[in-house]
Design a protein around this ligand. Structure first.
Ligand SMILES: Nc1ncnc2c1ncn2[C@@H]1O[C@H](COP(=O)(O)OP(=O)(O)OP(=O)(O)O)[C@@H](O)[C@H]1O
Ligand SMILES: [Mg+2]
Length: 333
């Protein structure tokens, strides 16, 4: 067993961070027993090398389901690859015991593989280490900052130009995924990376294919399995409705609002609570968002799915449009 376990202490969550984690609960007869953020024990001991090939080097992140490591592909290295580094996602030991867990990880892989887009993470392989009986995904190693970390560095939010440069590619990625029949299910700042190679949307662990797409994938029943990130999930998801493109639009709108103003619009309260307390009455346009973008973002943030009548592509178009005032100024110049 290796020293790779030691850096996890740095990554174990503070209470506030834990609130932003995807929350997993396996519904038992009448009671849900949550499996919360992984701990050292729940990730479990791993060998240094998985499947005889991937040398685990460093823990990159621990989420609601498991852990992501930076690893070296020894096979590629042997053939002289100058950059044999990859990222490897493996379920925590506790989670891996669930019969659905490997299917869930495979589903994440298959959904991501369906997407070929500059702003979506590139997956490599789905594999199983036969010795330790654990399934894992290998994928491109993103080097950069997730948006939650970026927000820690920029508590006032991002100025318009920077905001645009992140928001438009992110909306492009989401609109593309929806066109390909893939729903993300967990839009939040920690699932978007500002990498050396640009913006990348990742973590389709709660994603789903639209009806008729990837029909062979096991459909994980919502009765057995509930998962959500309280501050970013649309109210209808928290109330047990199925995932929809509209719920993703709500999530991405929360992310955009936070990037533009530095703060979550409802202090990361679950959307159902914010709705019941009528907090939307106090909702104001975030500081760095030009006025002409606000109506579209406000629509995307609607609690009621029927009022949220905007697609990811329409939101992208509204955010990317130049205001008519600016347009006139430019044409006149
Ligand atoms: N390919 C990658 N390259 C670099 N870092 C990564 C990569 N994938 C994930 N990470 C890091 O690991 C963290 C957890 O990854 P991911 O979101 O896929 O796991 P998760 O268990 O589903 O987490 P959560 O439940 O919190 O969403 C990310 O926030 C990111 O910091
Ligand atoms: Mg995640």
């Amino acid at each position: 067993m290796s020293e790779i376990e030691s850096p996890i202490d740095d990554l174990l969550m503070s209470e506030e961070q834990a609130n932003n984690l995807t929350y997993f609960a396996f519904a038992k007869a009448n009671q849900a027993e949550p499996l919360l953020a992984p701990t050292k024990a729940s990730i479990g001991a791993l060998p240094d090398v998985l499947a005889g090939r991937y040398h685990l080097e460093r823990l990159l992140g621990a989420g609601g389901m498991g852990a992501v490591y930076r690893a070296r592909d020894l096979l590629h290295e042997q053939f002289g690859d100058p950059d044999p580094y990859i990222a490897l996602k493996i379920l925590s030991e506790e989670f891996a015991e669930s019969p659905d867990a490997s299917a869930l990880l495979y589903s994440e892989f298959a959904l991501t593989r369906r997407l070929r887009h500059d702003n979506v993470l590139r997956p490599h392989t789905f594999e199983v280490d036969t010795d330790c009986q654990r399934a894992f995904i290998t994928m491109e190693l993103m080097r950069g900052l997730t948006l939650d970390k970026l927000l820690c560095e920029r508590p006032q939010g991002l100025p318009w130009k920077e905001l645009r440069d992140i928001m438009l590619p992110l909306l492009d990625a989401l609109a593309y995924a929806h066109r390909r029949g893939v729903l993300h299910g967990d839009m939040k700042p920690s699932n978007v990376m500002l990498s050396e190679d640009g913006v990348r949307l990742f973590d389709f662990g709660l994603g789903q294919a639209e009806e008729g797409i990837l029909p062979g994938l096991p459909h994980l029943s919502r009765e057995r399995f509930n998962a959500w990130t309280p501050g970013y999930a649309a109210p209808e998801l928290l109330e047990g409705q199925p995932l929809s493109a509209s719920a993703d639009v709500y999530g991405v709108a929360c992310v955009i609002y936070e990037l533009a103003g530095g703060k979550h619009h409802f202090r990361r309260l679950p959307s159902t609570q914010a709705r019941d307390e009528h907090l939307e009455r106090e909702l104001q346009a975030p500081l760095n968002l030009p006025g002409h973008c606000w109506p579209a973002l406000r629509t995307a943030l609607s609690f009621n799915a029927a009022d949220r009548n905007i697609t990811a592509q329409q939101l992208r178009d509204a955010m990317g449009a130049t205001s008519s005032w600016l347009q006139r100024l430019r044409l006149g110049a």
